[in-house]
Write a protein that binds this ligand. Structure first.
Ligand code: G1P
Ligand code: ZN
Length: 543
């Protein structure tokens, strides 16, 4: 057994984005690329000595090879013990749950989330801290700084281990425990939800279609929904994780989960439809003929969470990312609890959850979660919906209709323009940023601008400031649009345009979303010069 010190030179592009470092597989396979980043993590966290870590990923192409490399590097960096999901698989929320349960120093998660997988597609890696959540900016910046000056890395000369065999193995002096990726997560879900009531719901004939999109959630959904809760066999479709996710793009939205949408809007729709993404942290929820916008799902879950045992004492607060619709704020107001508006990305929720200031969190990008872990959690959201349905004995469309009747409706949609050229996309942002202050007071198509700014956030717990988090233009009517560039894409630039209009209670709750937003869509295009500057006449994805 020998520790090798390998000479290397820095890469300039290892700055973690919204959720870790994401690049094409081919980039990660390049000489020293993965190793440089992993060594930068170890150096940035003060070395591995005496630490226990969790390691796993969404099962995509290159996941097993990366696990083997990271284990040898962890051993060479003095790590004492690593818990690894069998075959290197751990959904992102399950990794968070395992870090918390075993109180490890942190974990390394291998995922590019909803990005496609395969030899020519994407791979990703991120570090999570001891609370189970994504490393905050001070750590991701330290990793980036290390990556810019790295000159060598340490790796143990040791054979690959058997990732399929549950139990203990050694890599040098470091012990490795291969764990069942589902077991700990399932125990946690059983502690939060009334499995007996949900089982009775399925026994009474309630039908669900859960699309695991050939990605990480399949084993979890099968074990919990079809196993513990007795949903009919076949409830979970695309339930076997494939290294290329079956060639699909595992992002649960109307474009990539089209089969599920078609089913739910068709004649033979089950009572509920749901899907999750590549690494299992996202979710979408559909009722018969109704797609519940993720922002609305957060609001409805917040309003009803007390019906599930894990939340019976109520919520401390609700946090949402800035571009997420303000529907949840109305629920917080009614409950008399605080609401928080954070930048995009789950890492900003960690402090609020740790400080017990917020219980539920959500993002418009199909992410909902709570203080049970420090990641968003797709299957958790499905189970909370099921628990609420079991208690209320109403359909999803009935629950949402009552919700809008009580709180009014925030019509909401996101338009994405993917794979744009980087320079014009940056120029669009610069131009809009430059004219924000002059917009206030101007009227466009009958909508007068009340405020316009570049969102900055001061963390109420540690006082850290994050600037440049998205351009937002709000109108006197309560409508608004927000524009930002994606921090997770790997090809060119992705422009995200978030559109929102509030219809107070008593108004028309049954409009088509795109129709309801038509004026705001036109104004956003004019003010930000979207079609003019991108040359696109329509978004790539509307969700
Ligand atoms: C996207 C979503 C964001 C989410 C992130 C990770 O980031 O917009 O809400 O937290 O993926 O799942 P973006 O590509 O917009 O930077
Ligand atoms: Zn994800």
């Amino acid at each position: 057994m020998s520790v090798q010190t390998v000479k290397t030179t820095p890469f300039t592009d290892q700055k973690p984005g919204t959720s870790g470092l994401r690049k094409k597989v081919k980039v990660f396979q390049g000489q020293h690329y993965l190793e440089n980043f992993v060594q930068s993590i170890f150096t940035a966290i003060g070395g591995g000595h005496g630490k226990t870590l969790v390691l796993g990923g969404d099962g995509r192409f290159y996941n097993p090879q990366a696990v083997q490399t990271i284990l040898k590097m962890a051993a060479a960096n003095g790590v004492s013990r690593v818990l690894v999901g069998r075959n290197g698989l751990l959904s992102t929320p399950a990794a968070s749950a395992v870090i918390r349960k075993y109180e490890t120093s942190g974990g390394i998660i291998l995922s590019a989330s909803h990005n496609p997988a395969g030899p020519d597609e994407d791979f990703g890696i991120k570090y999570n801290i001891g609370n189970g959540g994504p490393a905050p900016e001070r750590i991701t910046s330290a990793i980036f700084e290390e990556s810019k000056k790295i000159s060598d890395y340490s790796i143990l000369d040791w054979p690959d281990i058997d990732l399929d065999r549950l139990g203990g193995q050694m890599v040098g002096d470091m012990s490795v425990d291969i764990i069942d990726p589902v077991a700990d997560y399932q125990v946690l879900m059983e502690s939060l939800f009334d499995f007996g009531k949900i089982r009775a719901l399925f026994q009474s004939g309630f039908t669900l279609r859960f699309d695991a999109m050939s990605a990480a959630t399949g084993p979890y959904a099968k074990a919990i929904l079809e196993g513990a809760l007795g949903a009919a066999p076949g409830t979970v479709v695309n339930g076997d994780p494939l290294e290329d996710f079956g060639g699909h793009h595992p992002d649960p939205n109307p474009v990539h989960a089209k089969a599920l949408f078609d089913l739910m809007y068709g004649e033979d729709a089950p009572d509920m439809g749901a899907a999750s993404d590549g690494d299992g942290d996202r979710n979408i929820i559909l009722g018969r003929g109704l797609y519940v916008a993720p922002s609305d799902s957060l609001a409805a879950l917040a309003a009803n969470a007390h019906l599930a045992p894990g939340y019976k004492d109520g919520l401390k607060g609700i946090a949402r990312s800035m571009p997420t619709s303000r529907a949840a704020d109305r629920v917080a107001e009614a409950l008399g609890i605080p609401s928080f508006e954070t930048p995009t990305g789950w890492k900003f929720f960690g402090n609020l959850l740790d400080a017990d200031m917020a219980t539920l969190c959500g993002e418009e990008s199909a992410g909902t979660g709570s203080n049970h872990v420090r990641e968003k959690d797709g299957l958790w959201a499905v189970l909370l919906w099921l628990n609420i349905i079991a208690e209320r004995k109403q359909s999803i469309p009935e629950i949402m209709a009552e919700h809008w009747h009580t709180y009014g409706r925030n019509y909401y949609s996101r338009h994405d323009y993917e794979a744009l050229e980087v320079a014009p996309a940056n120029a669009l942002m610069d131009a809009l940023r430059g004219k924000l202050s002059s917009l206030v007071g101007q009227t466009f198509h009958g909508e007068t601008v009340a405020s316009a700014d570049d969102f900055a956030y001061t963390d109420p717990v540690d006082g850290s400031v994050s600037t440049g988090q998205g351009l937002r233009v709000a109108f006197e009517s309560g409508s608004r649009f927000v524009i930002r560039l994606s921090g997770t894409g790997t090809v060119g630039a992705t422009l995200r345009v978030y559109l929102e209009r509030y219809e107070p209670k008593g108004g028309d709750m049954g409009m088509d979303t795109q129709d309801a937003l038509a004026t705001i869509i036109t104004i956003a295009d004019e003010v930000a010069e979207i079609s003019a500057r991108t040359g696109r006449d329509a978004p790539t994805v509307i969700s």
